[in-house]
Design a protein around this ligand. Structure first.
Ligand code: NAD
Ligand code: IPM
Ligand code: MN
Length: 368
């Protein structure tokens, strides 16, 4: 049988730095005879704009559609801030998500015990935390029409449209309920049904899918603003949170601080099954290109490494190997290995991106 294929799009800023550590892990799996991937690479974001004048070429888009899984680093940066909106780096990522129809974005937030004292919240609040935000990723205000900047009378008006169809809500709701069944069987759906019609529809459809197909799962609804407050107050009340594209973006960055650092949060963006039964899938850290630390060897590669672990679990049915990577990360953190983002204000001696990657590989070796 042919090796499974991986398309790596490292992107901009710290993207290539953190992805380099994932590549080491891929080689390690190969050398150990555990799994060999056919790896190819491509450009996305600003680096693609620099080379081709577009943040994603049709050719790279087609390769992403063909790959068994796509691994992405990060896109964007100040160098591209003044580009026309249509060719901004972020448009490349959004095109991948939309054309691959990756409607279900799983953003787990897990607090490793070794980092519980490092979160900006109290240890009690975060220790043992293990929640997943399921973010709808291909619709809502990110894609709704009409959109644009128009002139009305003698002033400009910026327009984006929050739009959800019933079927778009239903499919992401199913994905959240399925996930909850494998976890603690609880889903909290977040919207703003008090002020938005799309929120009313969201709440109704999630409830209908629940009542018809998943009555065994405990479902609650919460307004997203209260949800943000509850995530800070007592995040362990949640198991799976399902929410729309924009609320999911904001709430997941917030959830990052429950785990200690944005450099810790992985994600899996999943679509429908392909002919080979694997879901269309893209794996990427929740963080961005971190221009403030690019090129300094300071970036934490753990979010990217844990995203690769999610690829092992969700695309390649290698749950045991995924757990092994996660345990290696846990061990390294327990040993006190820290990149700069995981240091308190009192400082200490952080390791570099490369040293963190090497420590995780060493822990993989030791776990054999
Ligand atoms: P960011 O996530 O890049 O950075 C926010 C802060 O977190 C920065 O201080 C950064 O140094 C820190 N940080 C992020 N990842 C880190 C890591 N792995 N290790 C240590 N520290 C880390 O967000 P931003 O500054 O708002 O955005 C920068 C650019 O990235 C923008 O162009 C934005 O559009 C883009 N972005 C891309 C993605 C993506 O590619 N998926 C996600 C978010 C933002
Ligand atoms: C994320 C990012 C993206 C988003 C940007 C870069 C398009 O913030 O993946 O969280 O807003 O979805
Ligand atoms: Mn974001």
């Amino acid at each position: 049988m042919a090796n499974p294929s991986l398309l790596i799009l490292a992107g901009d800023g710290i993207g290539p730095e953190v992805m380099a550590e994932v590549k080491k892990l891929i080689s390690w799996f190969d050398t150990k005879g555990i799994v060999s991937f056919d790896v190819s690479e491509g450009l996305v974001g600003g680096c693609s704009y620099d080379a081709h004048g577009t943040p994603l070429t049709d050719e790279t888009m087609a390769r992403a559609q063909e790959a068994d899984a796509v691994l992405l680093g990060a896109v964007g940066g100040p160098k591209y801030d003044t580009l026309d909106f249509s060719v901004k780096p972020e448009r490349g990522l959004l095109r991948l998500r939309k054309e691959m129809d990756l409607f279900s974005n799983l953003r787990p937030a897990q607090c490793f015990d070794a980092l519980a004292d490092f979160s900006s919240l109290k240890r009690d609040v975060v220790a043992g935390l293990d929640i997943v935000i399921v973010r709808e990723l291909t619709s809502g205000v990110y894609f709704g029409e009409p959109r644009g900047i128009f002139v009305e009378g003698n002033e400009r008006v910026g327009i984006n449209t929050q739009r959800y169809t019933e079927s778009e809500i239903a499919r992401v709701a199913r994905s959240a309920f399925e996930l909850a069944r494998k976890r603690n069987n609880k889903v909290c759906s977040m919207e703003k049904a008090n002020v938005m019609e799309s929120g009313i529809l969201w709440r109704e459809v999630v409830q209908e899918i629940h009542d018809k197909e998943y009555p065994d799962v405990a479902l609650t609804h919460m307004y997203a603003d209260n949800g943000a407050m509850q995530l800070c107050r007592w995040p362990k009340q949640f198991d799976v949170i399902v929410t729309d594209n924009l609320f999911g973006d904001v709430l997941s960055d917030m959830a990052a601080m429950l785990t200690g650092s944005l450099g810790m949060l992985p994600s899996a963006s999943l679509g429908l099954p392909m002919a080979n039964g694997r879901p269309k899938a893209l794996y990427e850290p929740v963080h961005g290109s971190a221009p403030d630390i690019t090129g300094m060897g300071k970036a934490n590669p753990i979010a990217c490494i844990l995203s690769f672990a999610m690829a092992l679990r969700y695309s390649f049915n290698m749950g045991a190997e995924a757990t092994r990577v996660e345990k290696a990360v846990e061990k390294v953190l327990a040993d006190g290995v820290r990149t700069a983002d995981l240091m308190g204000p009192e400082g200490g001696s952080p390791v570099s991106t490369t040293q963190m990657g090497d420590a995780i590989i060493a822990a993989m070796e030791a776990s054999q």
